[in-house]
Design a protein around this ligand. Sequence first.
Ligand code: ADP
Length: 272
Amino acid sequence: MEHIDYTPWYISPKTKCLLSDYETEPTSKGWRSGSELEEHLADMGDKLDKLQSTLHAAKTRGLLVVFQGMDTAGKDGVIRSVFSHVSPLGVRAEAFGVPTELESRHDFLWRIHAKAPARGEMVIFNRSHYEDVLVTRVRGWIDEETCQKRYNDILHFESLLQDAGISVLKCYLHISKSEQKKRLQSRLDDQRKHWKLQPSDFGDRDLWPQFTQAYEEALSATSTPESPWYVVPADSKPYRDSFVAGLIVQTLDNMKLKMPKPSFDLSKVKLS
Ligand code: ADP
């Protein structure tokens, strides 16, 4: 399969990442545009469906796809669009909100590990353990030392998953502050979208620089070749969806999955 080079959007381990170096619109890095995007998404959707069926049948590997981003970055939208192409069998989406009383009495990875994929599964995280080094950091609920410890805990946790055959692919949906304003305004203008609004959406917007800095640090500290972070240009929804679909296809394709062999001799089967 011909692969797209996603390297420009990959966060190199241990290098300081500056989100302002990454575009939120797909302008200068020469990818696709217009109707090509629709075709690409349809094509990637077919491939994703086939690869996911093999993952489900083989049960030798699993995949965790993490989505993070500022409010309105498009986590719900990309999940709906990309994963509508696959069978619900063997696919699960999990969302993480403010920890419950019980969850907050456990270590921060407790609720996350419980929802991690088994071999044969593809699991999508809408928010994740990264909230525990992002919102908690920005709001001052944890100090610098705790945050550094958590980066290490996260690296070990994701390496543990890798050892069990579970790959972790992490997507930061990168939108501009002006695009967020448009999306919040459209939610205010459309009654059907009011349920999505939280007071924190507006409060967090005022903390945009603080969230940006927390993301930059977290992404730099936790991107590894085995569990990479990619910065997804997300102001354009068709581009975002096409980009993410291609990235997941590439990740599954690199696993070189094989359909399991039949457990008995099919040549001996005689249909009556
Ligand atoms: P979303 O905004 O993703 O559509 P919700 O409206 O349910 O979903 O918001 C989830 C909220 O839970 C967000 O404000 C997020 O910051 C918060 N949250 C998630 N995980 C944690 C965590 N570990 N600690 C504190 N807050 C968290």
